[in-house]
Design a protein around this ligand. Sequence first.
Ligand SMILES: [Zn+2]
Length: 95
Amino acid sequence: MLPVGQVADGHQRPIWRDNGDPMRPTFTPSVLARNGHRMDRDKKECWCNFEQRTGRKSPFKCGICHSFVTAGRIQFLSDSTHELAWQTFDLPDWS
Ligand SMILES: [Zn+2]
């Protein structure tokens, strides 16, 4: 299961525009993926206490991944909880 993608204004279904250049795509608006207690509706039962609740090892961590894709480069914004926050990377070749 992957985290549910959400656009920054809170709509459940991302609606992305691209700039028509498949080699250097730009997606607008930014892409926000939230997982576990970082999701508004899931505060009590999250991955942080999964192990306690079920006795099984948690396969995921609660977190936020917030990114912009501009001209073929992905930038992770500062509110991302993972270690790639603030960094920008070239997208892999999708063709
Ligand atoms: Zn949590």
